[in-house]
Design a protein around this ligand. Sequence first.
Ligand SMILES: [Zn+2]
Length: 326
Amino acid sequence: MASPVETLLRDQLTERRQKLESAASVVPGDEQVRRLLRDVDAALARMDKGTFGICESCHETIEPDRLVADPLMEYCLDHLTRPQRQALERDLDLAARVLRGLLPPPSQTFPGYEVVRHYEGAGPVSGDYCDAVGAENGGLYFAIGDVSGKGVAASMLMAHLHATLRALVPLNQSLDELVARASSLFCESALPSHFATLVLGRADRTGEVEICNAGHVPPLVTRGREIERIAPSGIPIGMFCDARFSVTRTRLSPGDTILLYTDGVSEALDGSGQEYGIDRLAKLLVGHPARDPSDLLASCLRDLKTFRSSAEPADDVTLMAVRRVG
Ligand SMILES: [Zn+2]
């Protein structure tokens, strides 16, 4: 029996075929349209024969995220021709530039807040997400997330999540409704195996903060030497189309900071396979109270680098600090 992914891709290919046929009727004899039609038919024939997703050269499985991005793939990464490899590198480079363009500026100010972020992908494209945008009545929305999986498919879903939240924020819904809506949109458009952990927060001018943590590592709210962890209050988004979420409320005084991060930070490993851990991050914050948010991120990154020593980063590293200013 065909897998759900293959069924989805077959539907996509059938739809693409119909579009190409109508294009061919408008521009008969167009060589490019004829070639694309041949490629789509060949992929559909491979599905019928049961050889879809198998490399023509080595007969091993083609990388699933590449197939999802382009169901016409016939070769695994190891067996691309030189021009195919170069074209892939150009595509990845372009995708990486598009994704970098979706990140918020490294440092931003909003009425009553300073926001600083740091983003470091382990590969050319990543599924880590962060954003900070102004709210209509002053204050801001801030978000950090991590799409399951890696590579091109995860980064496409990250771009989708970015667009969804940017579109939903101006509607001024309650935070739990907003996350539920984002979850249902993500669920409808992503593959069944894909989901995303997400923290979405809204901070107003007076320091009142609402946070919805959907299955993400806990943000750390620092007030001098006191640290509050905002534990997840719901499952990751996109797992079930009708999931509900709840909101945690907290308050920031001038100088207080919320540190958000992805599991590429807390689950970073040293050379002996030890995990960095949330406790070490919290301890670092207690040791350096009331500092500038850029200094705070810099000292987190220094400590992470010291901890990892010579071990290569295995995951994307994203950090964001939201600090209330007087
Ligand atoms: Zn191969």
